[in-house]
Design a protein around this ligand. Sequence first.
Ligand code: AMP
Length: 186
Amino acid sequence: MNIILFGPPAAGKGTQAKRLVAERGMVQLSTGDMLRAAIAAGTELGLKVKDILATGGLVSDEIVIDLIKANLPAAEAAGGAIFDGFPRTVAQAEALDGMLGERGAKIDKVVRLKVDEAALVARIEKRFADEGRSDDNPEAYKVRLAAYNAQTAPLLPYYAAQAKLFEVDGMGSVEAVAAHIDAALA
Ligand code: AMP
């Protein structure tokens, strides 16, 4: 099964993806984690994207599509992928459908975590204090939220039209949200 965890930055996608990995043995494909790893390792890719991540913009579709493509065989071997933070544009979603289609696979479900913006800002402030992620600062977060609203939210009708979209309340505790997700995936 291939699923997309969908929602604005700090909606809880990463936390829930890690839980699904632990419980179901699927593979989490987080383009954000992959880009941060490249930056930490100081690779050519890392140097190229460092400033973009720090300021909250989106890196090019080509970069993230290549990262995902390289990881699809391992995800397939594990029984499926949880896409976290990808796709973020319609072009990425179309490329993902194409890459999976070539392998005789598809996206099965898209689970949208619904959260309100005031709560997100509070979460971001906490995450910034706890983890010190540079793009959790208020200015960069504003850019990330704007990118989500302008470029990523238009994916909702894309997946709704394919009858793959499941909306769940993302405002409760980690356990409560987990229960909603499990119900959507059942
Ligand atoms: P995330 O950890 O998913 O919030 O991603 C952190 C940052 O990585 C984003 O603000 C973007 O700069 C970049 N990024 C991650 N995934 C993508 C993607 N699918 N498309 C474009 N940029 C991305």
